[in-house]
Design a binder for this molecule. Sequence first.
Ligand SMILES: Cc1ncc(COP(=O)(O)O)c(C=O)c1O
Length: 361
Amino acid sequence: MGLFRQNIESMSGYQPGEQPPRGGRLVKLNTNENPYPPAPGVRRVLQNFDASLLRLYPDPVFKDLSRVISGLCGRGADEIIVGNGSDDLLTMALRSFTSAGRKLSVFTPSYSLYSVLAKIQDCECDEISLDEKNGFSLPDDAETRIADASLLIICRPNAPTGNSFPLDRIASLIDACNGVAMVDEAYADFSDDNCLELCRSRKNAILMRTLSKSYSLAGLRLGYALAAPEIISGMMKVKDSYNVGMLSQVLAIEALSDRSHFEANLSKILKTRAFLSDSLSARGFRVFPSQSNFVLVEPPSPWKAEKLYQDLKRNGVLVRHFSVQNVDKFLRITVGTDNEIKFLLEQIDLIVPGPEGLSAI
Ligand SMILES: Cc1ncc(COP(=O)(O)O)c(C=O)c1O
């Protein structure tokens, strides 16, 4: 018998996006981080923080932070749970609701961590294909397929495709699911609408958000989820006792409280997203309409996505290429600053696609 459980022995781990050394020369457009700094108060609190407080454990039930989230989302403190990033909340959900014989349903392509967590949990993962020809839309029979799921995860806006499924379909999926339905809204702040209201009125719905993208705090590791008190109290039993550090809690309060910084940051990203999408369309790329802080594109023939990814990296720009069937013809490009996107476009214009996708630089 091996040291590991059989399912761990046989699985591959999640592959996070490349994190090149800090201060390097690469323009980093590969992991959907925010190119702008977090709210100024985050730096201020960090500078004035009394390090001796770190002797103590943090608040295990994040009371002060929950109060701020409650003010923003209109849910009670007993309807909020906070995680060490939303990845932590996903782990809690898988551990709470799935096991062998209790299946997870997800759509594909989507955030690949979902199916990796299912393998760790040793539960069935039903991956339901989105319809690429119709802009990665939900298939007509999705409600039937997910009815018997113990946990359904819907990513909206979806990653890496960038689209938002219609709100009435989200409502109908949650209602059709006999288990718990989780809506991963990591990118919702960049979208025209969100699922806050429709999840509020549904007892089996969990809505999940993160500060990693729209609040420029990927390094902090802070996500939160909203659900009915019975769901939250069950997940509280599953979480690590002190899963959110003291610094993370105070800095998150600061970031969430600065609404004008948040709005200004968002409007810059949305403007640059439109510029990036238009510029790549004009160069013959197939550009999927995005409701997120990234854009999924297919380079024009004879370019090959993987070769263009390598050529761009050599020229100083890191974008995301997934070596996964059906997704390997695309690149996912994070919306950076205007200057970063201009540099990306300059490099694309310099790299000449040969018949084999050879770089001429
Ligand atoms: C769809 C989606 N959900 C969740 C996450 C995880 O976010 P966090 O940094 O809060 O763990 C990501 C990160 O890229 C993501 O793309």
